[in-house]
Structures are given as C-alpha cells and as structure tokens.
Design a protein around this ligand. Sequence first.
Ligand SMILES: [Cu+2]
Length: 177
Amino acid sequence: MRPVWIYALVLSTLGAGIAATPLSARAPARAQADLKDASGKSVGRADVRQSTDGLWVTVRASGLTPGAHGIHVHAIGACTAPDFTSAGPHWNPDGHQHGRKNPNGAHAGDAPNIVANAKGRGSLKVWLGAGLLTGGPQALLDTDGAAVVIHADPDDEMTDPSGKSGKRIVCGVLTAR
Ligand SMILES: [Cu+2]
C-alpha cells in the first residue's frame, strides 16, 4: 500500500490541471448545420470548428446550379422556407460593410463563393477570423443562434450588404456539437 501523500499529490496535480484548463477548451468546439433547400431536402452539411486562431467553416453541398454561389454565416439560427429571410442579415458583430474585397469590410460571416461543378457539387473551407463559437458578447452561437446560407447568384465580395448574391436557396441552422 502506497503512502497517503502520493494520493494527495496525484489529486492535487489533477485539480491543478482542471483549474488550468482554459474556458475555450471546455466550451463546445464544433457546430454543425444540415443544409436544406427550399423544399426541405437535405443538400449538404456545414461544420464550424473552434480553433486557437478562430473559426473555420467547412461546407459540402450538392444540388446547386453549376458555378459560383454566395455563401455566408447569417446572424439568426432560423431557416424558414422558402425564402429563408428568417436567418437575418450576415453575422456582423463588428458593424463592418459587406465583402472581403471591400476596404470597409468585411462581415465576420462573409466567405468566398462556393463553386459548384457540372454535377452541382461544391465544397469550401474558409477561415472566418478570430471569432468565438460560444462565450463572450460577440460569440457566433449567441441567444438567437446562427445559420449558414447559400445564395442563387455569385457574391461580388464588395457590394453592401450582400454582394448582389440574390435569392437564398439553401439554409442550415448551426447547432453546437
Ligand atoms: Cu448570405
């Protein structure tokens, strides 16, 4: 039988380890959205991952018309078909203008276009910036949530407020995993 002090040492070490764990490591590290078209059909998935350098978004979608489509993280986690206006404007906690090519931009939820191939399939991986998934006043998953929206037309990444990207054709509510 080992002396009691060894157990005390182990317990205190464990305790110190837990206390030293940063808040972000205990918060949800991922969110996921099932992307649906206006008819409610599932057409893909979006994942948001919290990293030490901010938020990464990965998207896979099908059933799109070939070519470029605007895609953004929108400010409200509600996808009411058929127009998805329920998802609100782009996620924009800093009050910037739209567009990654806009000198007064960009919204935190702005992304480069997703480009669908001849079969209507597209994918995208993008760094959104030094944001937080949860915790803090500017977290993505705030009380009204967030959604990923794909548009009918290309985003010119310049014109406020949505780069002339047209109708909202796909939407998915982000939920923490
Ligand atoms: Cu959008």
